[in-house]
Design a binder for this molecule. Structure first.
Ligand code: FMN
Length: 339
């Protein structure tokens, strides 16, 4: 073992022990992408795969967990969205399958959900958008946190990963394991966040073009072609019509979304539509759009969620190669620290 890989192993030890994996790299849950194939590939390669439950019913999640367990004997997690109407039942499904880690995404966990997950024997990982909320989540008993910057693909907050890491790691990294996400494309960045106190990292965008990922060939092609500046956040055009920012590749759907916002705002001005109905039209615009891109391959009219690290995705390759490359880069960076 080189000095660099020894240093890397020591810096990842806490995160890896927490996850029960070989390396402290989580494959961030990606709706429609993070299913049995990609999740088991990440876990089999020594990382920690996470199933994206998204809008799955409890029966579908049940089948997906069982299928994943059939493809790997390594640990993996399940990502549940807090707004899901069947959250209680989905937690019960995870408990029945003895899933070791549940990641709660999409806002603060509703009352009783942390307790239900922990009572079932699983560890709870939450997203912490601010330092104050991180401390509150730790007080309420979460086992680990993810801090995710606006460079990430999918739904994003307003602050960059580098600022979140500086603000939050010195205050909370000793209390619970913290995994840094958003914009990580190479191992040097992983080494940097580990040095700052992170227990590990979470990557999404880099895994989309894994050979094992079932994302449509058009979706993967769009990733391979894109550069960082193509992965843009959706913009709210009217104060009355809230838009939750999502980072995705520029395409026709994004332009049509701007047109839709202007049209609905115009209807509001003219009193042709009630506020509630107008807001719903905006909220529902993207319904089914990620599936359309990932599963159907319509990368012009679907949502091609991608982070800024998409520029570092240059080919389709086995997940094990992606993880090995990240680890080698991180180890080399840590080796160079001594010089
Ligand atoms: C296509 C896509 C779909 C995603 N879907 C979800 C999701 O369903 N739930 C979730 O918590 N995060 C989702 N994310 C965020 C990832 O889990 C991960 O945190 C993020 O990709 C990390 O940043 P990176 O893209 O810069 O690596 C998604 C990201 C992408 C690119």
């Amino acid at each position: 073992m080189t000095i660099g890989s020894d240093r890397l192993q020591r810096r990842m030890a806490r995160g890896a022990a927490f996850l029960g994996s070989e390396v402290a790299i989580l494959g961030g849950a990606m709706s429609w992408v993070s299913e049995r194939n990609l999740v088991s590939a990440i876990s089999n390669a020594g990382g920690f795969g996470v199933i994206a439950c998204g809008a799955m019913t409890p029966a579908l999640l049940d089948a997906e967990i069982a299928a994943t367990q059939a493809m790997t004997d390594k640990p993996f997690g399940v990502n549940l969205i807090t707004m899901h109407p069947d959250l209680v039942e989905l937690i019960a499904v995870c408990t029945r399958h003895k899933v070791g880690h549940v990641v709660l995404a999409g806002g603060l966990p509703p009352k009783g959900s942390l307790e239900a997950i922990k009572a079932g024997g699983a560890k709870v990982i939450c997203f912490a958008p601010t330092l104050a909320l991180a401390k509150k989540l730790i007080r309420s008993g979460v086992d680990a946190l993810v801090i995710e910057g606006m460079e990430a693909g999918g739904h994003i907050g307003p602050v960059s990963t580098s600022v979140l890491a500086q603000e939050m790691l010195p205050e909370i990294a000793e209390l619970v394991p913290v995994f840094v996400a958003g914009g990580i494309g190479r191992g040097e960045a992983i080494a940097g966040y580990l040095d700052m106190g992170a227990a590990g990292v979470q990557l999404g965008t880099r895994f989309v073009c894994g050979t094992e990922s079932i994302a449509h060939a058009n979706f993967k092609k769009a990733f391979i072609r894109a550069s960082a500046r193509d992965a843009i956040a959706s913009v709210q055009l009217d104060a009355r019509l809230p838009v939750i920012p999502v980072r995705a590749l520029k395409n026709a759907a994004g332009e049509l979304f701007s047109a839709k916002q202007r049209e609905v705002a115009g209807h509001l001005d003219e009193g042709r539509v009630a506020m509630g109905e107008a807001q719903l039209q905006i909220e529902h615009y993207w319904a089914g759009a990620l599936r359309r891109a990932v599963v159907d391959g319509d990368v012009e009219h679907g949502s091609v969620m991608a982070g800024q690290s998409v520029g570092m995705v240059t080919k389709e390759e086995p997940v094990a190669d992606i993880i090995a490359e990240l680890m080698a880069q991180a180890a080399a960076a840590l080796e160079a620290r001594a010089a």
